[in-house]
Write a protein that binds this ligand. Structure first.
Ligand code: NAP
Length: 243
């Protein structure tokens, strides 16, 4: 799948990794980029400006991906504008570090709803259109924590582990339809989410490369893999040695 001329939807692209993926897709010649946000319209508009500057047509859509109807409308916004949807990047996410004993049921429910159900909701809405167009690519942004879970992130780690398992199974179901599904699992990336974790000493202590990844470095691996026809059912880590 060439990004050139394609329509790309990136959930949670108002900031961080999602913004970098949206802009990199535009740089590689995407025709249209759907920029999704849930609360920060100002940030989404800034992503849209960067996408336009990089040469693609942006479409800003507010949707909480954890709600199926909103995810469906997000996908349909792309179809209404361009008549097709080639690439979906399920990136929207939250991180609320907490010990399990300090959590309330709503904490783990929300984590599963956003990371796991959110990706399934958008993918389920997009797959019929991808089939109609003869193929597509679905990328799920997982995490090293889905492979190597850590304390204070048990709910997050479990949601990402579920996303990885789902990716591998659904890639097998969709291969015959020329739809590839794979996951990218970053370690620590320099975004608002990581800063919310607080103390940054762990970066120096735990990451062999002694720094966080730049969102642009993650975006490149996402789009290189979109363009590589043999990546499917795979989990690509980019962790600076953290894993
Ligand atoms: P971020 O800077 O905090 O941005 C999160 C994005 O997700 C924002 O655009 C936010 O929209 C959006 N979002 C949150 N809940 C949403 C919902 N229910 N519906 C739609 N959009 C929603 O985060 P990030 O660090 O770039 O993380 C992006 C993805 O990478 C996440 O899935 C995260 O788990 C994963 N990841 C991050 C790291 C890291 O170190 N940062 C490492 C591994 C994996 P608003 O701006 O409107 O709030």
């Amino acid at each position: 799948m060439r990004v050139q001329g394609s329509v790309v939807l990136v959930t949670g692209s108002s900031r961080g990794i999602g913004r970098a993926v949206a802009v990199e897709a535009a740089r590689r010649g995407a025709k249209g980029v759907v920029v999704n946000y849930v609360s920060r319209r100002d940030a989404a508009e800034e992503t849209a400006r960067l996408v336009k500057e990089a040469g693609a047509v942006p479409l800003v859509v507010r949707a909480d991906v954890s709600v199926y109807e909103e995810a469906r409308k997000l996908v349909e916004a792309a179809i209404e504008k361009w008549g097709r949807l080639d690439v979906v990047v399920n990136n929207a996410g939250i991180l609320e570090p907490k010990l399990f004993e300090d959590m309330k049921p709503r904490d783990w429910q929300r984590m599963i709803e956003v990371h796991f159900y959110g990706a399934l909701n958008v993918a389920h809405a997009a797959i019929p259109y991808m089939k109609r167009n003869g193929g597509g690519v679905i990328v799920n942004i997982a995490s090293v924590l889905g492979l190597r879970p850590e304390p204070e992130a048990s709910h997050y780690s479990a949601a990402k582990a579920a996303l990885i398992a789902w990716t591998i199974a659904v890639a097998k179901e969709l291969a015959d339809y020329n739809i590839r599904v794979f996951a990218v699992a970053p370690g620590g990336v320099d975004t608002d989410m990581t800063r919310a974790w607080g103390d940054m000493d762990w970066v120096e202590e735990q990451i062999p490369l002694r720094r966080l990844a730049k969102p642009e470095e993650v975006a490149k691996i996402v789009l290189d893999a979109v363009e590589n026809p043999y990546v499917s059912g795979d989990v690509l880590t980019i962790s600076g040695g953290l894993l």
